[in-house]
Design a protein around this ligand. Sequence first.
Ligand code: SAH
Length: 238
Amino acid sequence: MDRLVQTTQELLNFRLNAAQRHAFEVYARELLDWNAHTNLTAITDPADIEMRHFVDSLSCLSVINPRQGALRVIDVGTGAGFPGIPIKIACPAIDLVLVEATVKKVRFLEHIAEQLGLEHVSIIHARAESLGQIADHREQYDWVLARAVAALPILAEYLLPLCRIGGHCLPQKGETAHQEVIEAQHAINLLGGKVIQLTPVELPTVVDTRYLVDIEKVASTPPKYPRRPGMPSKRPLG
Ligand code: SAH
């Protein structure tokens, strides 16, 4: 994990301590172990796990300021825990909710949260569309995260209903980020969001530029959104 510690320091000016470094070692080991029987990730080279999963997840910290006290953070479609769990390892004070629709991934999340002794993490087996209509979750979160879940016009309908007014959504995107923002402009406005900025992230050993799309929640989401599960992807808001 030398590379992880060094890159996190250089890229994010964030120093991981020995316990955090150990947590990432356990995480990588368990991910690979479980991946032998449960399909969790296509990335299996240890150096790639460090860079493409761990550092890429931690790159959100170049926009989120974790020193703002106990932030409520939700990661939608977290899969094997990205970006939520690396951020929780680095910033233990956050309150983290992980949302995942696939039960076998939920089982892994429960396992890894226990192995790492993570506190103030709740793991929810649900679809984002359902959660967005539940009062305990609707417009409750300071930061709403998602990586590799859906195209932005669809993703906006998953994320913005969960975000409190004044909070932010921070989807992680690849080279298509600018184009997706243009295509999602109407959906983002309709749902109460406003694009603040796109922050490029250059990861060592990764050729493509990654982008953090910072969307502020400036107005309440109309009650009819999100529509029922499946509808946002079937009929994306044009
Ligand atoms: N964020 C992780 C996983 C990406 S794969 C990563 O970057 O590695 C996308 C994940 O989102 C899958 O595990 C899928 O089950 C989940 N997902 C897709 N649509 C969803 C929805 N509407 N609600 C909740 N989870 C969803």
